[in-house]
Design a binder for this molecule. Structure first.
Ligand code: ISL
Length: 545
């Protein structure tokens, strides 16, 4: 089986509640996406990955699905969705759905019917008796909750939830669950979607419910992380559902290493097209993501090079709805926001694999400017704040932790203009709009010829048209101080990417001089031996024909 994702794809992630509101309720909607299609076409992207738009009580902003075959009323109707698919297709843009199949919402009909005594639906979930008045096992939970909650009115039965209490885990030992998921996937494929982003896909199969080895995070993971059963499920979904439609799948794979990634992405095994790994998201953390330290450029470069060298094809990303904005991680960003964003565009678009751009990244949006926990909505942030209190961490320190790591940092509304509601909404936005919308917004960027957006457009266009960027192999060239350089090569033609990942002007290292003609620079540079703050350069060497 070959890759189904087109190699020249550039995928744009939309977090619908934060993208564009057209009815004034403060929440983005599908109409807002439809109205933005020309903007996205101009940007040059080929696909939109839609974070969940299904019916949901929104305990985890749609990642708790109450009905997989419906649209959240606040986002619009099924007709709106069909219109989106059709109008996107007219512009050469494919729609990718978020497939959340580790868990449902506790408000899903299956979960509601289970405690009412319907054996069929009880078997859809993982329900277990407690042990002598204690919980069924000692596992951990992603959201720092207890992973077991009382099931229905039962005195001693619990259901497993690796995320919030309102997200009961599905039982993937039950063939009926598999059939339901196939039917859900076909439902959307029949409506014209071209692929899926598979939420926390490597934890769906629990091979036992035994106690786990005690760990600081996620005790029990040896029983649910990357189990053989998960690979079998992916193979079945691929051969029976994705292949007949020629659709692709990108997996969100928590705690994955390179060996596991090979298994998941090896075309011959027929599982996923590519994965989102996390290691490069962890270069500014101490052990867990809530304890942040200075971004280690050394670690970042090493990690990028490792994954780029190891996998022939993979998903490339620096931002999504769960991660702080990447440019905000540079400890010395200072007044170089725009330079850093342009540099990241150059880096992302010249890497090997499918680039994913997260909404707002293309105008250099930064972390939310939250001043207090009351301004943060994310369930994970609130849970961690509570847990840290239990550990005796003083409030100001707890707040600092959340301020820097909260997933809401990337979920602030899209900044369309400097006007009221940032052009996102005419109502009260569901999450505080970043005050920097006065200067960081699409409207102003569209007017700026050498702005951030213009550079992202240029790099996206180059990435889609240049064979070496699309098909070339990858070789790391230089990782020193703040300079990162690598080479892409195809049919003897070589392209060299050089990034200065700091606010200091530095010398172009000797090792990467003479790499051919400079074809792009992100700064107003003389092209000489000095790399300006956060400068990106691309050199081309035609080689022998
Ligand atoms: O970022 C994370 C890992 O450190 C977690 O916050 C995140 O929950 C994890 O990556 C899984 O994410 C996905 O599944 C969650 C949902 O809350 C996230 O938004 C989603 O991307 C549960 O469905």
């Amino acid at each position: 089986m070959a890759l189904n994702v087109p190699k020249n794809a550039v995928i744009y992630q939309i977090y619908p509640r934060s993208f564009r509101d057209t009815d004034g309720d403060g929440l983005g909607d599908i109409r807002g996406i439809i109205n933005s299609l020309d903007y996205l076409k101009e940007l040059g992207i080929t696909h939109i990955w839609l974070s969940p738009v299904y019916k949901s009580p929104d305990d985890d902003n749609g990642y708790d699905i109450a009905d997989y075959k419906s649209i959240q009323p606040a986002f619009g109707t099924m007709e709106d969705f069909d219109e989106l698919v059709a109008k996107a297709r007219e512009r050469g843009i494919g729609i990718v759905m978020d497939l959340v199949i580790n868990h449902t919402s506790d408000e899903h009909e299956w979960f509601r019917r289970a405690p009412a005594g319907e054996e069929k639906y009880r078997n859809y979930y993982i329900i277990k008796k407690g042990k002598n008045g204690k919980l069924p096992n000692n596992w951990g939970n992603f959201f720092a909750e207890c992973p077991w909650a009382k099931f229905g009115d039962s005195e001693d039965e619990y259901y497993l939830h690796l995320f919030s209490k309102k997200q009961p885990d599905l039982n993937w030992h039950n063939p009926d669950v598999m059939e339901e998921v196939k039917s859900i996937m076909r439902f959307w494929l029949d409506r014209g979607v071209v692929g899926f982003r598979c939420d926390v896909i490597t934890i769906i199969y629990k091979s036992s419910l035994e106690n786990g080895k005690k760990q600081l995070v996620l005790t029990g993971q040896e029983h649910f992380l990357s189990q053989e059963g998960c690979h079998r499920i992916l193979q079945e979904l691929r051969s029976e559902v994705l292949e007949p439609y020629g659709a692709f799948a990108v997996g969100e794979t928590v705690f994955v290493d390179v060996d596991e990634a090979h298994k998941l992405c090896d075309a011959a095994r027929g599982e996923l097209d590519m994965i989102f790994y996390f290691e490069h998201m962890e270069c500014d953390q101490v052990f867990v993501k809530w304890f942040k330290t200075r971004l280690s450029l050394k670690k970042l470069m090493k990690t990028l090079s490792k994954w780029q060298s190891e996998l022939e094809w993979n998903a490339c990303y620096f931002e999504n709805h769960d991660q702080p904005r990447f440019i905000s991680r540079f400890s010395d960003l200072g007044s170089h926001r725009a330079d850093a964003s342009r540099m990241m565009a150059g880096l992302l678009m010249t890497m090997r694999g499918t680039p994913f751009v997260y909404e707002g990244q293309e105008i250099g949006m930064t972390n939310g400017d939250f001043k207090d926990l009351s301004e943060v909505e994310d369930i994970e942030s609130h849970n961690i704040f509570k847990m840290a209190k239990g550990l005796g961490i003083p409030r100001p320190i707890r707040w600092k932790m959340i301020q820097r790591t909260s997933r809401d940092n990337a979920r602030t509304p899209m900044q369309w203009s400097s006007g009221e509601g940032a052009g996102f909404t005419s109502g009260k936005p569901w999450l505080k709009i970043n005050g920097n919308c006065k200067t960081v917004n699409v409207e102003d960027e569209l007017k700026a010829e050498d702005g951030v957006l213009a550079f992202w457009k240029k790099m996206i266009a180059l990435r889609k048209s240049d064979e070496t960027l699309i098909l070339g192999d990858f070789k790391p060239l230089y990782e020193g101080g703040s300079v990162y350089a690598f080479e892409r090569e195809y049919n003897g033609r070589k392209l060299t990417t050089v990034c200065n990942m700091s606010s200091k002007t530095v010398k172009l290292p000797k090792a990467i001089r003479g790499r051919g003609e400079q074809i792009v620079s992100s700064s107003k540079t003389d092209g000489g031996e000095r790399l300006l703050p956060f400068e990106f350069r691309l050199y081309a060497c035609e080689g022998e024909k």
